[in-house]
Design a protein around this ligand. Structure first.
Ligand SMILES: [Zn+2]
Length: 274
């Protein structure tokens, strides 16, 4: 038995020695088969990395739309909704968002698509969004000759905007809405303001860089920290037309909750001040 065992061990040792010698020879002078294996391995690695990049969306255009299309059950089914649903950011907040830069780095039209008059139906696509915690420019200007209403916007803009309002409020700021839907006037004909898919915002307390970072975290398709030479720096944020929408009933529920909380807070404030 012991003899058999030592013979077997010897055989195994010899096999291992042969294997090591074979590998060593092949490494010194690779044969055609070895090259095929090496090339195959390299190709496989490139393919794996490529698929990985596509999955993370670095080059995939469609994935750029994803953040504004959160697979949120309630939104998709028109079900129950609450303000809490808008309090979580949908992207990591970027560390910096310098002036004159935009995210993503490609042009707005590649992310959100340009204005599309053939598929834009104001009566269906535009909604009115109200939130007393927001400063709306159209309620604060001198109303000389303009008929603008900053509450009117494309329904696809509403979800990221409501999320941004929550993020700004949580940081102790007041969002200022300077410009939303503009049928005519200051914006060029390629502007998404023509369809209410773009919004111009500022925030005195937090500053524009922080506001741009929050807007990105809130899920707008394209965010621009815009600093024109003539002045009027602001954050321009826009969305693709195929976003996540609230139903009219959901909007009523959310706005009722906002009003209730706002009135409670105002009452507490009055009581404290009195
Ligand atoms: Zn704008």
């Amino acid at each position: 038995m012991r003899r058999w065992f030592s013979e077997a061990a010897g055989e195994i040792a010899a096999a291992v020695r042969l294997l090591v010698r074979t590998i060593a020879e092949h490494v010194r002078s690779p044969s055609r088969v070895d090259w095929l294996i090496i090339c195959g391995g390299v190709l496989l690695s490139i393919l794996t990395i490529g698929i990985g990049i596509m999955q993370t969306g670095m080059f995939s255009r469609s994935s750029l739309f994803d953040p504004s299309r959160i697979p949120d059950e309630a939104l998709m089914t028109g079900g129950d909704i609450s303000l809490a649903m808008f309090q979580e950011p949908v992207r990591d907040m970027p560390g910096r968002f310098p002036a004159r830069t935009h995210k993503p780095k490609i042009a707005e039209r590649y992310v959100n698509g340009g204005p599309d008059p053939d598929h834009f139906f104001p009566a269906h696509d535009l909604v009115e969004v109200h939130d007393p915690r927001v400063w709306w420019e159209s309620e604060n200007d001198d109303h000389t000759g303009d008929t603008e209403n900053d509450h009117i916007m494309h329904r696809a803009l509403e979800v990221p905007l409501r999320r941004l309002i929550e993020l700004v409020v949580a940081k102790g700021g007041t969002l200022k809405v300077q410009d939303t839907y503009r049928e005519s006037g200051i914006h060029n004909h390629r502007s998404l303001h023509k369809e209410g898919r773009a919004i111009d915002i500022t925030c005195d307390e937090l500053g524009l860089e922080m506001l741009a970072r929050l807007a990105w975290a809130a899920g707008f398709g394209w965010v621009y920290h815009e600093v024109p030479k003539r002045g009027g720096a602001h954050v321009h944020a826009s969305v693709p037309a195929e976003g996540m929408f609230l139903t009219d009933r959901q909007r009523q529920v959310v706005e009722a909750e906002i009003m209730r909380l706002h009135n409670e807070r105002t009452a507490t404030q009055v009581a404290q001040d009195g």
